[in-house]
Design a protein around this ligand. Sequence first.
Ligand code: TYD
Ligand code: MG
Length: 457
Amino acid sequence: MAMAKSSKVSYVCQSCGAVTTRWSGKCDSCNEWNTITEEVIEAAVPKGLSVVKGGKGKGKLEIQDLQSKTHPLPRQKTGMNELDRVTGGGLVPGAAILIGGDPGIGKSTLLLQAVCALANQGKACLYVSGEEATDQIRMRAERLGLGQTNIALAASSSVRDILSAMDEGTDLVVIDSIQTMFVDNIDSAPGTVTQVRTSALELIRVAKKRNIILFLVGHVTKDGQIAGPRVLEHMVDTVLYFEGDRGHQFRILRAVKNRFGPTDEIGVFEMMEKGLEEVANPSALFLSQNQDNIPGNAVFAGMEGTRPLLVEVQGLAASTAYGTPRRSVVGWDSGRLAMILAVLEARCGMNFSGYDVFLNMAGGIRVSEPAADLAVAAALMSALTNKTLPPNTILFGEVGLSGEVRPAPQTDLRLKEAEKLGFELAILPENSKVKSGGGLKQNKIKHVQDLAALMAG
Ligand code: TYD
Ligand code: MG
């Protein structure tokens, strides 16, 4: 079959977008399996697609001064505090925001709620779905109690049609999802890297030119049948991931890239019968009801961005039935668990070798702070010795290889949150800078041995 002169076939990884000349089972760039598919790559930039016309200047390049003559447009606060916090204090006009997440996690629900919130402030919002019919979106809006909101709906996957609707009067456009979109002068099917990239590029260009906030929904897929959001991460201004456990109601919105704000903030939501509800005090969500008097339990006073978050750490040591003991961890780094176990064995003389060790961050949250070390050490010690920590205790601090306990940032915020939730004692690193401290009793320790002594005594 004769191929058009301007195109050639390449093999593209649907996970990371790497292009190779030969098919292989495993992508050499990202090491994913079965993600490489054949795609037709256009040799030249497709013509006649872009509706943006260049301005005046030298040749075709539009030259501008560094000093702006126009005031930057103010950020748009949606009024959903959790979303506003994660985006760095509201949405920036002209910004392209990618929301990635597993299918069914609640991306469409979140965006429909955000769009309706903005529409109620008088903004002109367009919600384009390439996955659902407008009736389905209407039904969802009814369910969310937002049926009367004034937003424009469209069921389309043609980028050309969508671009023509993105006029100057539009404030915000949602594309749900970018993997269903196609640009009609490219041969590849929707969902392939070529289509996803080109569609996104066109949409982003027009959004920037016209100061439209652009939300792109991107499904995360494990099997590589459609291009994942990672192929778009460098093209957009902000990348948010919507995460959660199917078994739990809460959802976490996390910024992994943000040109207009910090990337360590999280927003916490609960998926309810009538949509997503914001969780203003997440600590209460991750603490189980009776934490005391159970060996193996310890409460970590953590930070997620600017917000303190108390998390219950649960450890269990059970005699090993087979040769090699198991080490199993949920919500934390397994390498870090191995390190803490080694430190406890080498520096405190504890012996875990005959035990299967399980570690769990309760509630299904993922903790990545090194300051969780001390709470993990306490949970493991307690699990092994069957001794409990003093009641209503929180811990935080990084543990080094020699067993030394190192200070963690934002001590005061952690202590204040713990006090607010009724905790009485804090076990913290010796050199912690405590300014206010509050009403919490503080037990400052230097070494994990001090923790062992405290628990024994
Ligand atoms: P959805 O937003 O369609 O997910 P995504 O766009 O990420 O694929 O959410 C789908 C799930 O959320 C579905 O399993 C039903 C549930 N859900 C609720 O529990 N309550 C609600 O009010 C809504 C709208 C959905
Ligand atoms: Mg959806």
